[in-house]
Every structure is written in C-alpha cells, then in structure tokens.
Design a protein around this ligand. Structure first.
Ligand SMILES: *Cc1c(COP(=O)(O)O)cnc(C)c1O
Length: 418
C-alpha cells in the first residue's frame, strides 16, 4: 500500500517537496504526527500560526461565525470585515483597508493602487516600481517579478515591465536610482526584514532614506509586512519601531493565524483612488477569516503580549548564540523579535535542509530561508519553558548534524584505532 507521502507525489503537482512526517493534530506550540511523534513547532506554518495550533479562543470565534454565515461576497456589506478594518485603522496609521486572501494578492493590490495613484495625478510616464535584490513579494506573475529572485520569475514568458531592482540596504545605490529615475517612479516596495532571502533586517537608516526619496519624488512607499507583521517583530507592525510610516502596508500570514486572509492598509487620500470597480476579490473579507483575524489582533496587540514577544526574541537569540559558541556552525544569528535566521558558516554552506531534517528527527520543526539559513518563527504566545525545550532539541540537532558530517564516523571508523 502506498504511503500518504507517496500519494502526495502521485496526485499533486511536484512544485513542493514536503518532509515525510504527516501531521495529525496540534495544540499550542506542539504538533503530533499520525505515528504519534511529538514536535515543538518553531515554524508555525511559515510564520502563520501566530498563536500556535488550535487556540481555543480562535476555534470559538471561527465556529461562532461558521454557524452564522460563511460568505456573502462584496455585493453585501459585511459586519465582520468592517469590524476588522476598524481595528486595523485604530492600531496603525491606516485609514482605508482592502481585504484579500493571500500575501501575493495584498501586494498585487498595493502595486496596482500605486500605479493608479501615479497615473491619476502625474500621467502614464510615472509607473516605475523599485524593489530590491533577493526580495520576496509573492508568486503572481506581477508580484514574482517585483520580487528580486530571478529563479522564481524566469521561464514564464514575457515579464511585466516598469520594474527595477537595486541592492538591499545600499543607500548610495538607492539615491543614485532616484537621481536617474525618480521622476518616473511611482513606488518603492520593501520588506522591513527580508524573510525568504535569509532573514535580513533592513537598517533603520536605509528605510529612512527610502521614505525621504519617496517624499522628494512623489513616489509611494509600500512596506511588505506579510511575514514581519502582526506582532512578530515585537511591535504590532515593524514600522512602529523604525520611526518611519509607509503609504501602503501589506499584511497576511499571521493575520488569520492559519485561516487565509490578507489586507492592504493605506491612507484615505491614496485609498480613495480604488474607485468602484477598479479592483476586487471574490473571497476577500471572508467573514470567518475576519472574525478570526479580529480576535488575533485583540490578543497580539496587548502591550504585555508585545513585550513578551520582544523578551522571548532576545531569549531565543541568546540561547542560539550560546549553542553556537560551543559548536561554531553559524556565522551570524540575526532577525527581529521572534523571527530569527541562523546563517551557516563556510564549511556547512548549502546544508540548511540537512540541518532542518536533523531538527525534525530531534522533535523540532524549523524552516530554511535559502540554502544557508535556518529560520525560526515560533508561535508568538510560546512560553519560556517551551522555548528552552526547543533550544535543547536544537542543540541536540546541531550536535547530530556535525557528527553526521564527520568523515571519521563513516569512512574511517574501522581504520582509526581509539
Ligand atoms: C509569504 C510572503 C508573501 C507571499 O504571501 P502568499 O500568501 O504566499 O501569497 C509576500 N511577501 C512576503 C514578505 C512574504 O513573506
């Protein structure tokens, strides 16, 4: 009989290569597979399950809305969507909200809005979008080309035009770009901490110069907080600790805690350019998604919660550093709040997936971000004891990772006399 993993390969398009374990159920920071093995989940479904698995309050509000109505489309006014929009506006710079279902769609809306805003005010010439090398903004044909990883965008025919890339965190090249192309540029899009690129934080100075250039040349600043938002950085949104306010912000992943929802946040002046019929989404603002997201914002926006995320981020980073002091496998440990990346040193480069697999065997789910970086994104409500347990498992995994790569154990074991 075929295993479930073999059935995956039989029936699914082969664009994913999932691990062999088959999840059965979860609770808080723990996940169990169908064989009964327990895992501490420091992946959170790629920084999605903000409050871990099966959070009782989220289960309750979801079930409550599910028992009322599931979907009414944008033809009718939806109370859960309005309540969520009101909360987002109360907690951020935003005055107008557009809801969609995924990060890509929120960015697609942001980029289309920036183009339309510039078109309405300055004419068709002002349409250039500046993004950064290695950035990740989604997988639709437009957003994947705005992203800065050609491996993801090549081989799909003609690419949308009017998109430029420059090195991330390079203020000189940013200023030079604006000197050349400022008048025809409608928007700059960036992540406050590049996630998929390997957890690379933007310097505050760089973000400030982006803001400055946008102001000088009437371009909109779009902050992609799809991975960093909803508390992950220790603030509800990362811009709130950088002293810079974007014109448009996109949020997804953790917003629904595992239920698909995304939002584009903007000001009244900019948002009003999305006139009736100019953009839309069948499922955007789904009542169940909005009910869950509203509860998540209530919980995560509590000052005590945000303080604990920040403290736990520091605790996790220092635990990782002391493991590294002992084993020397990482050249850098970096990130923001509870989003951390551990970049492998020279001799282990390219082996991120092997270390990830070792972590899984030792009961810890983690992520990679590129071939050289292990990415950790535990639930935001994780306890200190669970973090410490995760660190213990991580240390075991690092030890096993190193000993598995010692040539002496396999090739020379029978020759070397101890
Ligand atoms: C995940 C991610 C996206 C894409 O979100 P999807 O929901 O997969 O479409 C875009 N930008 C960033 C920064 C992300 O981390």
């Amino acid at each position: 009989m075929a295993s479930i993993r073999q059935l995956h390969d039989r029936y699914m398009t082969p664009n994913y290569a999932p691990m062999a374990i088959i999840p059965d159920h979860g609770s808080g920071s723990y996940l169990w597979d169908i064989a009964g093995n327990e895992y501490l989940d420091f992946a959170s479904g790629i920084a999605v399950c903000a409050l871990g698995h099966a959070h009782p309050e989220l289960v309750r509000v979801l079930a409550e809305q599910a028992g009322r109505y599931w979907h009414v489309s944008n033809v009718l006014t939806s109370q859960p969507a309005i309540q969520l929009a009101q909360k987002l506006c109360g907690l951020t710079f935003a005055e107008r909200i557009f809801f969609a279902n995924s990060g890509s769609e929120a960015n697609e809306a942001a980029l289309k809005l920036a183009r339309r805003y510039a078109f309405n005010r300055y004419g068709r010439e002002k349409h250039e979008i500046l993004a950064f090398d290695q950035a990740f903004h989604g997988r639709t044909l437009f957003t994947v080309n705005v992203g800065g990883q050609p491996a993801y965008s090549s081989g799909f025919g003609p690419k949308p035009g009017g998109i430029s890339h420059r090195p991330f965190n390079d203020i000189g090249s940013l200023r030079q770009f604006f000197e050349e192309k400022g008048p025809t540029t409608c928007a700059v899009i960036l992540e406050p901490c590049q996630g998929e690129a390997g957890v690379v934080p933007a310097s505050v100075e760089f973000v400030k110069v982006v803001r400055e250039c946008c102001d000088q040349y009437n371009a909109l600043m779009i902050l992609d907080e799809i991975q960093t938002g909803v508390g992950r950085s220790g603030k509800l949104y990362t811009y709130q600790k950088m002293g810079v306010t974007p014109d448009i912000l996109t949020t997804a992943k953790a917003l629904g805690g595992g239920f698909p929802i995304s939002a584009m946040l903007t000001t009244e002046e900019i948002g009003n350019d999305l006139v009736v019929g100019s953009h839309g989404s069948t499922f955007g603002g789904n009542p169940m998604a909005c009910a869950v997201a509203g509860k998540i914002l209530d919980i995560v926006s509590q000052p005590a919660m945000l303080r604990s995320i920040e403290a736990h981020g520091i605790h996790l980073a220092s635990g990782l550093k002391s493991i590294n002091d002992q084993y020397g496998v990482f050249q850098e440990i970096r990130g923001t709040g509870l989003l951390l990346g551990c970049e492998l040193v020279g001799r282990y480069r390219g082996e991120g997936r092997r270390l990830l697999a070792t972590c899984v065997s030792d009961g810890l789910l983690v992520l990679v971000a590129g071939p050289d970086v292990i990415r950790l994104a535990p639930p935001l409500n994780i306890s200190t004891a669970e973090l410490d347990q995760g660190l213990e498992r991580f240390e075991t995994a690092v030890r096993n990772f190193i000993s598995d790569s010692e040539p002496s154990s396999e090739c020379m074991g029978s020759i070397v006399q101890k």
